[in-house]
Design a protein around this ligand. Structure first.
Ligand SMILES: NC(=O)c1ccc[n+]([C@@H]2O[C@H](COP(=O)([O-])OP(=O)(O)OC[C@H]3O[C@@H](n4cnc5c(N)ncnc54)[C@H](OP(=O)(O)O)[C@@H]3O)[C@@H](O)[C@H]2O)c1
Length: 256
């Protein structure tokens, strides 16, 4: 096997859920810069339209499909439409996510259910819709976005931690079910990156100082620093890597 093309993602059709957000838009731009055909997603159609226009102005091959990742009917319809209008999805990035912060002893049922539905159950639902064609074509890559909370707890975010811990096990379970079809399912666990999701954290000087002290690299990450892991997991370079989480965290998990 020649190895000079290992990380090539050119021409691959990549669906990134939640790609109007901070990390997702960087994932989409990075994949498009490397020649992939990107399918943008979010619920907010205006945001999606603006982003799609921007991608097209940059000369990227991009499409936009608005759907709610918690709604099986919307997912199944959108995936069917994508396959008939764009083609079979080669790479799925389950990235859409939310957080609702509150002390666990007063945490509301509805908030718990929303976080689990968006961050965990949606990865199952979207993968189920996408994987059928991957199984038929006997190849595919699924990348689930975890977090430091796939491994660590932190006060007021128990639902988020439960969802991201679940993502780590869902990644392994999907890999075990689908490896025989030449499908690789892996995850990326980002450390801390400045996006809408983490706004309450980076706007809090105490948290900022704590985090920079706690992280061996002494700083927040830049979303583009996740692209190496994304391209690796999307390309032939990872064809025998399955069920793994790659943490991109400035060394945070390595340190006490
Ligand atoms: N930022 C970090 O430091 C960090 C660290 C670790 C892990 N992560 C993970 O990385 C992922 C992206 O986070 P981010 O920081 O980029 O967050 P963000 O900027 O808030 O973006 C979230 C994205 O998800 C979409 N979304 C939310 N609910 C959705 C739903 N039900 N259906 C479809 N799309 C939905 C949002 O679009 P709409 O609102 O239009 O639906 C938006 O595009 C999440 O899974 C998060 O847990 C982030």
């Amino acid at each position: 096997m020649r190895t000079d093309n290992l990380f090539n993602v050119s021409g691959k059709i990549v669906l990134i859920t939640g790609s109007t957000g901070g990390l997702g838009s960087s994932f989409a731009k990075g994949m498009a810069e490397n020649g992939a055909v990107v399918i943008l997603n979010g619920r907010n159609t205006e945001k999606l339209k603006t982003q799609l226009q921007q991608f097209q102005e940059w000369g990227f091959k991009a499409y936009g499909y608005a759907f709610d990742v918690t709604d099986s009917e919307q997912i199944n319809n959108a995936v069917e439409q994508i396959i008939s209008e764009v083609g079979i999805i080669d790479v799925l990035v389950n990235n859409a996510g939310i957080n609702i912060r509150a002390p666990l002893e007063v945490y509301e049922d509805i908030d718990w259910e929303k976080v689990i539905a968006t961050n965990l159950t949606a990865a199952f639902k979207v993968s189920r819709a996408v994987v059928k064609k991957m199984i038929e074509q006997k190849s595919g890559k699924i990348i689930n976005i975890g977090s430091m909370q796939s491994e660590l707890g932190r006060a007021t975010i128990a639902a988020y931690a439960a969802s991201k811990g679940g993502i780590k096990m869902l990644t392994r379970a999907m890999a075990v079910d689908w490896a025989k079809y030449n499908i690789q399912v892996n995850g990326i666990g980002p450390g801390y990156f400045k996006t809408d999701l983490t706004k309450p954290l980076y706007e809090n000087p105490e948290f900022d100082a704590w985090l920079c002290g706690r992280t061996p690299s002494n700083r927040w990450g830049d979303p583009d620093e996740l692209l190496g892991a994304l391209i690796y997991l999307s390309s032939a370079a990872s064809n025998y890597t399955n069920g793994q989480m790659i943490y991109v965290d400035g060394g945070l998990l390595a340190a006490i």
